[in-house]
Ligand binder design. Structure first.
Ligand code: DHK
Length: 161
């Protein structure tokens, strides 16, 4: 069985393609899921891909990732990035490798989007690469997991000789 990455998406990401396409692009969340599955498979991982508009549900997904023995979490907290102490606390609690992702370059946008609380629990942050960032984030978290001896999933994530 392949180790599993949880790919979590926050509010309004279900509206990708129709939502401000000049900023967020025209790739749907379903298309992103497909790309993620292929990118993860290439690195030796399976994925659980989830989206919610509800903060507490995202907290539950993070706790589930831990309960089910996931190898790591890639999260786009979207509108909860700068406000959610609950999402930050959940990520700190489960102590899994975390890559935070944003489709847009939040640092080139309004001030209120720039200070991520979630980053405090993230090993790395990917932003500004559009929908392609998800693939890059998966490659990044796979490298983090494979490099870290203490991380669950490492053994089976390594290519067999
Ligand atoms: C997505 C959102 O929904 C915004 O609230 C963030 C982020 C940016 C993104 O770029 O993916 O500010």
């Amino acid at each position: 069985m392949m180790p599993v990455l949880y790919i979590l998406n926050g509010p309004n990401l279900n509206l990708l393609k129709i939502r401000e396409p000049e900023k967020y692009g025209r790739t749907t969340l379903q298309e992103i899921e497909k790309t993620c599955r292929a990118a993860a498979k290439a690195q030796g991982f399976d994925i659980v891909f989830l989206q919610s508009n509800i903060e507490g549900e995202l907290v539950n997904f993070i706790q589930d990732a831990h309960a089910k023995g996931a190898a790591g979490i890639v999260i786009n907290p979207a509108g909860y990035t700068t406000t959610s102490v609950a999402i930050l606390d959940a990520l700190l609690a489960v102590k899994l490798p975390v890559v935070e992702i944003h489709i847009t370059n939040i640092h080139a946008r309004e001030k209120f989007r720039q200070e991520s609380l979630v980053s405090r629990a993230a090993n790395a942050v990917m932003c500004g690469f559009g929908a392609n960032g998800y693939k890059l984030a998966i490659e990044g978290i796979a490298a983090i997991i494979k490099a870290s001896p203490a991380t669950p999933g490492r053994k089976s994530a390594k290519k067999k000789k």
